[in-house]
Design a protein around this ligand. Sequence first.
Ligand SMILES: [Zn+2]
Length: 83
Amino acid sequence: MARRNRGYYRHHRARVIKRKCKIVKRRFHNGFGKDEPGRFHKGKIHCGCFLCRPHKYLGILNKTNLVKRQSMEEEIKEHHGEK
Ligand SMILES: [Zn+2]
């Protein structure tokens, strides 16, 4: 892996922390992580609301799983075609 300079790591650390702070602020109103925002550099914080994850509410596949499913169906078709 390429060695990056301090500015690079500083920038991305700040970016990741800012994003997760915003999600936590919007979703949890108990001040979780307020005194130690640096903790948000690691770990996963996500939002599961309708706008962020519509497939969860609409019962449809998201892009990744749709592509996976299509390739699986093709494989099945190929398999049955060979027989
Ligand atoms: Zn959301």
